[in-house]
Every structure is written in C-alpha cells, then in structure tokens.
Design a protein around this ligand. Structure first.
Ligand code: FAD
Length: 416
C-alpha cells in the first residue's frame, strides 16, 4: 500500500489486487463479541522512520503503552522499564531480584550506546546472536532469562535471543527514542489510513488473489481469481511465502509462527496494565506463555463497558488442539492468579503461521533485493528489509522509487 500510494500520488495509474476482503494483511483488527482484537499482539513504534514519513500519527488516536514490563515471578511481580517515561518502575528497579547491580549499570551503558548514533547505522558492522552480545557486555543470566528473553521474544517472536544483535540494537533504539502506541480502535486504522486514498480512488480490488504471473514483451499478464489483467509493471508485495509461490523463487528464512489466546472477564483480576513477562524455566523454557497484557486496562474501548480483555502470547504453534492449549495456558495463568483463573472466559484462540521471519545474525546479507528474475516484476514487502512495519513500509517506498526513478529514495539506507 505504501508503494501503491506513492505511485498514485506521482500520477501513475495503479491497481492493487488484495486477496482478502479488507486491507491490512497482518496489521489488522476485528470485532468479536464487542471486543476489538488485533491480529495477535502487536504495537506501533512511533519512532520508525518510515512511519514518521508515511503516516499522520495525530489522526490515529494513539494510546501510549508504558515502556516497561511486570515480570511475573509466581504470584509476585517485579517492574522493569524506562524510568524516564514510566517513573512507576523506579522503586522496583532499585530492589528487583531480576537484575544485579552490574545489570543496572549495563542498562545505562547499552541505552547510551544506541542513543548517540543515527538509527540505521546500528544495522551495519559485525553481527552476532543477541544472547552472545548481551553476555559479552556482562549482563547476568538472570536478567537475560527474566527480561531480555521474554521481552524481545515478544518483539521478534523467538525467545532464545538468537536474533542478530544489530537488529536488537535497532529495535532498542526505536523503543527508547519514541513512544510505543496502539490505536484506540485497533491496529487496522493504521492500514486504513495508508489505503484511504487508494480506496477512495477505487484503486483496490478486494477478494482478488494473484495466482500466476506471465511476463511478455509489453509487460506482465496477471492471472487472478477474478480473471486476467495486463500491466506494464507489477510489484509483488505479499507476505514472503505467497511471494515465493508467485515468483517461483525460494525466499530465505521461512516463517516464525505465533499463537494468541484472548480471555475476557467481568472483574479486573489483575490491576497491572503493563506488559506481563513470563520468565519461567530459563531461556529454552517449555512454558507456553511468553507475555500477556490486560489491553482493556490501557484502552477500555477495546472491551464492552465493565468487561476486561487479556491477550496471551504463546510463541510458535503448539501441537495441542485449541481446547488442550487453553487448558495448559490456564494452568500457567493459575500460577499468577490462583483460583481467580476460573473467572476468565476464553474468547478466541488465533494461530498465525507466518507472523514474521527469523532474523539471525547477518540475515540481511541474504535478503532478496527488489529485482526479480523477470523484467517488469519487482518484489516489495518485509522480506526485502526487516520483518516489521518499518521494513514493510520502507520496502514499499523503495519499490515505488525504482518505478519512478527516484534516486534519493532508492539509495536510502535500510532502516533510515
Ligand atoms: C502477531 C504479530 C505481531 C507483530 N508485531 C509487530 C510489531 O509489534 N511491530 C512491527 O513492526 N511488526 C510486527 N509484526 C510484523 C508486521 O505485521 C509485518 O512485518 C508487516 O505486516 C508486513 O507487511 P507486508 O505488507 O510486507 O505483509 P502483510 O502484512 O502480510 O500483507 C500482505 C498482503 O498481501 C495479501 N496477499 C497475499 N497473497 C496474495 C495474492 N496472491 N494476491 C493478492 N494479495 C495477496 C494479503 O492478503 C495481505 O493483505 C507482527 C506481525 C504479527 C503477525
């Protein structure tokens, strides 16, 4: 949509084929029994440079998420976070057992090291697994297990800290240098804003799945679920598995999946509004819950009046059916909430097969560019950059820039 909108604004005739009935892909929301559910648990880092360029954030009715977390240690919890923006964590920071005195000092050094350079430069230079990087800095195993693993597990959807340290530092910079937000009405308003000019100009055809591309001397024929279409140029901007199928090419890295359980309650079982982290069992833990949040404490509009919404993130796609998964997650929640777990009603279980793709050290060296094996066909979407909203949007900007011959945008560094 970023590519299409840029091209349309530049006076090009654009047609977007969208396989589903709505815009947004993974950045979307839905209503269920009066609750607003995003696709899984996701947040917007307002500091993403592409977000700053492309979105009118003031029109999204954003609610700021505290840059902090409550580490659940059985029925107790400890607070960690950015004390400048969530002063409520300060007493806990001084006494928490989840980090050592040295960890406290190292947090300051780490934050300063990412704050003082242009963000995109954090994506260059030597790379290593985040775990190795944090150990080399001197962080304790305890803070890795209690904070870094579940917190960044929630961002990269892998809790083993195997993601490249360059990307970790870039995301840390994004976290520290701008608010983390959620639109009051759901993440879909972000996609709807991007798409609004395209929708009003009737440039999007919904329920139109591209099935096959056939390049020819004057352009490309696109076989869609609604019929044939001819275009001088085509940008494939699907999720990476669909792009691989359309282009007949192997795209690197595969998929990271994640699973979400949504619970509702009439009573506020837990007053904690911050992100809840589950450190149980070490880095390679077998606990199902990685993180959770009472979203309705932050955004009451996400639930009907007097009701509450808890979103639980389980990394991967457990080999349990929905009922067994629900039972197992409830057993873990009972460690936090005791018998009050019986007050929770299960609203939905959602499994997302391709939530992101893994981003190990040096992954960027193997990413595909925008060129494909076919003249007239460009690739866009997160797979050309990084798995996330910044990556998807900057990729769209660049694909459009290639069509328009806009050298300044084409040569913008990744992450800038
Ligand atoms: C649970 C979850 C949590 C996340 N959390 C965050 C987060 O906190 N911050 C962040 O930055 N990122 C997060 N992400 C990642 C982010 O959502 C994605 O990186 C981003 O949406 C990728 O955008 P995209 O346009 O490349 O692909 P998609 O969003 O997957 O969009 C692809 C579109 O292509 C359409 N399509 C597919 N095949 C075809 C076809 N053959 N023909 C026509 N249309 C087709 C799809 O219907 C879809 O609309 C999260 C993702 C998930 C799932």
């Amino acid at each position: 949509m970023t590519a299409a909108r840029t091209l349309q604004r530049a006076g090009q005739r654009v047609r977007v084929l969208e396989a589903s009935a709505v815009v947004g892909g993974r950045v979307k929301s839905r209503e269920q029994s009066g609750f607003t559910l995003d696709a899984g648990y996701q947040v917007l880092f307002e500091a993403y440079p592409a977000v700053q360029r492309q979105l009118d954030l003031s029109a999204l009715d954003l609610v700021r998420i505290p840059p902090s977390a409550a580490i659940k240690l059985g029925s107790k919890e400890e607070l960690l976070g950015d004390p400048r923006r969530d002063p409520g964590v300060i007493p806990g920071l001084l006494t928490a057992s989840s980090l050592t005195v040295k960890d406290r000092l190292l947090f300051g050094r780490l934050a300063a090291s990412v704050a003082l350079v242009p963000p995109h430069t954090l994506l260059t230079g030597p790379d290593e697994p985040t775990r190795a990087y944090l150990k080399r800095m001197g962080f304790s195993d305890r803070v890795l297990e209690c904070f870094f693993a579940p917190f960044f597990g929630g961002i990269f959807l892998k809790r083993d800290l195997s993601t490249g340290a360059r990307l970790f530092r870039y995301y840390l910079r994004m976290l520290l240098s701008g608010p983390i937000s959620l639109p009051r009405q759901g993440m879909s308003v972000l996609s709807e804003q991007l798409a609004s000019e395209l929708v009003s100009g009737s440039a999007i055809t919904f329920n139109a799945r591209a099935l096959k591309l056939t390049p020819h001397s004057r352009g490309v024929s696109v076989t869609t679920s609604l019929g044939e279409l001819d275009a001088p140029q085509v940008i494939v901007a699907t999720d990476p598995p669909s792009a691989a199928r359309l282009l007949g090419e192997d795209l690197p890295y595969g998929s990271v999946s994640s699973t979400y359980l949504y619970y509702t309650a009439d009573a506020p079982i837990d007053p904690q509004f911050r992100l809840l982290l589950n450190p149980v069992g070490g880095l390679n833990n077998t606990a199902l819950i990685n993180n959770a949040q009472w979203l309705s404490h932050l955004i009451p509009e996400r639930a009907p009046a007097g009701q509450h919404l808890l979103t639980v993130t389980v990394l991967g796609n457990p080999e349990l059916d929905d009922a067994a998964l629900d039972t197992a997650v409830r057993a873990e929640l009972s460690v936090w909430y005791g018998v009050r777990v019986s007050l929770l009603r299960t609203l939905a279980v959602e499994r997302i097969a391709h939530a992101q793709y893994p981003q190990p050290p040096d992954y960027a060296a193997h990413l595909p560019g925008h060129a494909t094996r076919w003249p007239g066909v460009l690739l866009a979407g997160e797979i050309t950059s990084m798995s996330g909203i910044q990556g998807a949007m900057e990729s769209g900007e660049k694909a459009a820039a290639i069509v328009l011959g806009d050298l300044a945008t084409m040569s913008r560094p990744r992450g800038a």
